[in-house]
Design a protein around this ligand. Structure first.
Ligand code: IPM
Ligand code: MN
Length: 374
């Protein structure tokens, strides 16, 4: 019997449901073309449901999600709901409860896509950020004292455990080991790539100021690298310098690993150099459990319902979902379709300026994946 996957779809807020629908279209086309089946179940978590019912997320949601092979998420964030309520109550809560301890964010410039970084092309902008996804400033610990007075003190707690650091680092080292990206501009040829001696992992931290947390990261990084991944070249950047290099020399990077907060920030910069939020996808991954894939941009409420938003980030999230499920060829076919479309079809990646509607772009992806010429 053909392999079959159950996928939970949380369209969410704003343009989230529109882009998720196009990703579903691509997944169905890939399933047909590559001989597996996908079953979808939709969940209405998001701002509208919250405003109607007063409930952000049912307590049963994480258990419900555990029944699925993967989750596809559109976007969370509603203009009529105070910032933080939905983000913490839905997105972060699912990440934590499902223990999706990796946030995998590829930064890849597709052909034909304009980057604001002068003189760089698809060969130079192609790396992957492994963001730890459950600890750091995101752990939800902190306090106010004398709130509302002139003497108010607000203390957010950033916290890392050896276990949390170690599992993120091990994932990143494995990822670097398996990535085997030819980087010819560095003089690395295919034979070296095949031999697996080309992987490079950059730890991004702030060891000069955050002398507790990034000391722990750096020690663990070197211990694990030396003991178990001697073939992976280890590199270290302070986070501020990393931002500089993303713009100046993005070709230096292969795989990066960092804490939750820095990872959040540098991947928005990464999204910009790869052409914007219209194309940037990510995966909240629990390698031993259920993972959730999403376009990393927001809900773009002002474009809601106009059929103008770019669905390619959600489509790429769908490709990552298939890759994680082990459907590598199907995932690659979606990526190839996206690349074909950015190179040959779209005028721009920006909402309303693609030269096509949201649904037309989704149809082109599905046709290409299904072997029809768009
Ligand atoms: C992201 C977002 C979230 C984060 C917000 C919406 C909670 O910015 O996925 O990068 O900070 O992780
Ligand atoms: Mn972010």
């Amino acid at each position: 019997m053909a392999q079959s996957y159950d996928i939970a779809v949380i369209g969410g807020d704003g343009t989230g449901p529109e882009v998720a629908a196009e990703s579903v279209k691509a997944l169905k086309a890939a399933a047909d073309a590559f001989g597996f089946t996908v079953n979808f179940a939709e969940f209405d978590f998001g701002g509208d449901r919250y405003l109607k019912t007063g409930e952000v997320l049912p307590d049963s949601a994480a258990d419900e999600m555990r029944k699925f092979d993967a989750i596809l998420l559109g976007a969370i964030g509603h203009p009529d709901v105070k910032p933080g309520v939905l983000e913490k109550g839905i997105l972060l809560r699912l990440r934590f409860e499902l223990d999706q301890y990796i946030n995998l964010r590829p930064v890849k410039l597709y052909p034909g896509v304009e980057t604001p970084v002068k003189g760089k092309g698809p060969q130079e902008i192609d790396f992957v950020v492994v963001r730890e996804n459950t600890e750091d400033l995101y752990c939800g610990v902190g306090s106010f004292s004398q709130k509302g007075t002139a003497d108010e003190v607000a203390v957010p707690t950033s916290m890392y455990t050896r276990l949390g650091v170690e599992r993120a680092l091990r994932y990143a080292f494995e990822y670097a080991k398996n990535r085997r990206q030819p980087r010819p501009w560095k003089g690395l040829n295919q034979a070296e790539v095949d031999a697996g001696t080309t992987g490079q992992l950059t730890l991004v931290g702030k060891t000069n100021v955050l002398t507790y947390v990034y000391d722990l990261w750096e020690r663990a990084f070197n211990e694990i690298g030396e003991a178990d991944y001697p073939e992976i070249k280890r590199d270290y950047n302070h986070v501020d310098a990393c931002c500089m290099w993303f713009v100046k020399n993005p070709e230096w990077y292969d795989v990066l690993v960092t804490g939750n907060m820095f990872g959040d920030i540098i991947t928005d910069l990464g999204a910009m150099i790869q052409g914007g939020m219209g194309i940037a996808a990510g995966g909240n991954i629990n390698p031993e459990g259920v993972s959730m894939f999403e376009p990393i941009g927001g809900s773009a409420p002002k474009y809601t319902g106009q059929n103008v938003i770019n669905p390619l980030a959600a489509v790429c999230a769908g490709a990552m979902l298939l890759d994680t499920l082990g459907e590598r060829e199907a995932a690659a076919a979606i990526e190839t379709a996206v690349s074909d479309i950015t190179e040959n079809k779209l005028d721009s990646l920006a909402a309303g300026r693609m030269g096509y509607s949201t649904t037309e772009v989704g149809d082109m992806v599905a046709d290409l994946v299904g072997g029809k010429k768009a």
